[in-house]
Design a protein around this ligand. Structure first.
Ligand code: PXG
Length: 454
């Protein structure tokens, strides 16, 4: 690809002054940072004028696609009317009220309250504090252990990264914080061994029962899980997993936290992953698709039964920008677009089934050990040997190679450390665009196979 003078300038300044999240800066500088300058629909453009198909919706968030003037107008109008005010000290403002009401309508029954934050990480820190506060208020301060899963992603702050099960994150900076326990994830391809997926799903779910027995139900405050693990590699659990978890929790007094930061707002073909898997969460962190990423906002949907317990007495928690007026106005406009354009219905009835068909065909590629997909989430497992599911050694290099080849060929596809390639396209992607994406993915897999052989 050609590189313009402007690109070289941005790169040089970026290198001199900008520290990136989750980045090896030496690697970044060796390759040269890509500068994204504009976007429309499902496409991005870089500073050299290359068009790129964004199969990741930014970072799993631009559900309604780029270039929606209505969201810009909502932000502009709100910033002129009331650019900032808080909801501490017995005040509120219309955008926070209206968004909270709308969320109560679109989220699963029983979740009628919204505690706004500015990100998914803050939402999950709120979860830790709220869950522990809830049990303390019920006179059970020792019921404070939260069970999570290995390879889960719940954010990057100390609390949320501790909830998460990412070993490389825990290895930096003294995590996890006390009182968090991690159990087996329902990742059949990686950990299922010789078990059939359904059998493995039950085994993984029963790890929850074992952990509860080990610590004692009187110590366990909550179980937190993403309906489908996103950053862990689009881990779609076997069909037996969630019903068994529901049974285990149904027999016990333990809160369920469904982290819907990725699965929420249509991603799984229903409004929430909890709808897809018949979950009845007590707390439901959201972010990303809440505003389609146009402004930073997250929050926690809280069940009435929790609110009843925690609403007497002050909960000492909140942020300067909790319920920022412009972010709330944009989130509301975003949800109104999802509703008005029936985007979730179109995904469920038309485009997700078509994506499933095209994505499944990728399993025929010699590099692909599994092609799985649900709603608008998909993953490919790159392997050295298909029948044995044997991965490349060392893991990670093939995935990075594939990601870079995709980038050079106008496609954003994300790699996970185990050579898992993932997609989470904008929900407005059409059937023709699904074809364009699937064809491009196949081409890039071919190029990757060639490069690996060389
Ligand atoms: N929960 C889940 C399920 C997430 O996926 C968070 C919480 C934290 O949200 P914030 O807004 O604090 O980032 C996330 C975020 C990746 C990647 O590389 C994934 C996320 C964030 C950044 C990168 O896949 N997920």
């Amino acid at each position: 690809m050609s590189r313009t003078a402007a690109t070289a300038d941005w790169q040089q300044l970026d290198r001199a002054h900008h520290l990136h999240p989750f980045t090896d800066h030496r690697e970044l500088h060796a390759r040269g940072v890509r500068v994204i300058t504009r976007a429309d629909g499902i496409y991005l453009w870089d500073s050299d004028g290359n068009r790129i198909l964004d199969a990741m919706s930014g970072l799993w968030c631009v559900n309604i696609g780029y270039g929606r003037a209505e969201l810009a107008e909502a932000a502009r109008a709100q910033m002129l009317e009331l650019p900032y005010y808080n909801s501490f000290f017995h005040t509120t403002h219309p955008p926070a009220v209206e968004l909270s009401r709308l969320l109560a309508e679109v989220t699963p029954a029983g979740l009628n309250y919204f505690f706004p934050t500015n990100s998914g990480s803050e939402a999950n820190d709120t979860v830790i504090r709220l869950v522990r506060h809830y049990w303390a208020e019920r006179g059970r301060p020792d019921k404070n252990i939260i069970i999570s899963r290995h390879n889960a992603y719940h954010g990057s702050s100390m609390g949320s990264a501790s909830l998460g099960g990412m070993a490389p994150m825990h290895a930096q900076g003294g995590m996890p914080i006390p009182g968090i326990v991690h159990i087996q994830q329902p990742y059949w391809f990686a950990e299922g061994g010789d078990l059939a997926p359904e059998e493995f799903g039950l085994t993984a779910a029963r790890a929850l029962e074992t952990a509860i027995a080990e610590h004692g139900e009187e110590r366990i405050a909550a179980f937190i899980a993403e309906p489908i693990q996103g950053a862990g590699g689009v881990v779609i659990p076997p069909a037996t997993y969630w019903p068994e978890v529901n049974r285990i929790l149904g027999e016990r007094d333990i809160l369920l936290v469904a982290d819907e930061v990725i699965c929420g707002f249509g991603r799984t073909g229903k409004w929430f992953g909890s709808d897809t898997y018949a979950l009845t969460p007590d707390l439901m962190p959201v972010a990303k698709g809440l505003s389609s990423g146009y402004l930073p906002i997250g929050g926690v949907m809280v069940a009435d039964k929790v609110v009843e317990v925690v609403s007497g007495g002050e909960f000492f928690h909140g942020f300067t920008y909790s319920g920022h007026p412009a972010a709330c106005a944009v989130a509301k406009a975003n949800i109104e677009i999802l509703l008005r354009e029936k985007i979730v219905d179109t995904v469920a009835g038309e485009t997700a089934p078509y994506l499933k068909k095209r994505w499944s065909e990728l399993a025929d590629h010699p590099l692909v050990g599994e092609a799985r997909c649900l709603g608008f989430l998909g993953a490919l497992e790159l392997v050295r040997d298909k029948p044995s599911r044997r991965r490349f050694d060392p893991p990670g290099a093939a995935g990075k190679l594939c990601r870079d080849i995709c980038a050079d060929n106008g496609l954003v596809m994300r790699t996970i450390i185990t050579d898992t390639m993932v997609i989470a396209p904008p929900l407005i992607m059409s059937a023709a665009q699904i074809d364009e994406m699937a064809d491009k993915v196949w081409e890039c897999l071919d190029l990757t196979a060639k490069a690996l052989a060389a």
